[in-house]
Design a protein around this ligand. Structure first.
Ligand SMILES: [Zn+2]
Length: 68
């Protein structure tokens, strides 16, 4: 049983190391490319979560639909 737990801990450590390495690489790209500024309130938001309306980016549906 102790051997099994050791094996589990080692494989967990390996996967943690492996995925954190990928995560850092991905996050580095995302910060530069995928950030937009909301036309309404000026908040910076992720492009994947932003609303595009009339060629402009908004942080949320509320901002996109607000007028004036
Ligand atoms: Zn906004």
């Amino acid at each position: 049983m102790a051997k099994f737990l050791l094996l589990l801990a080692v494989s967990f450590a390996f996967f943690y190391w492996f995925f954190s390495k990928i995560g850092v690489k991905k996050r580095g790209n995302k910060e530069v490319v995928d950030t937009i500024k909301c036309e309404r309130c000026g908040v910076y938001a992720a492009r994947s979560e932003a609303i595009v309306k009339g060629g402009r980016y908004y942080c949320s549906k509320e901002c996109a639909e607000m007028k004036g």
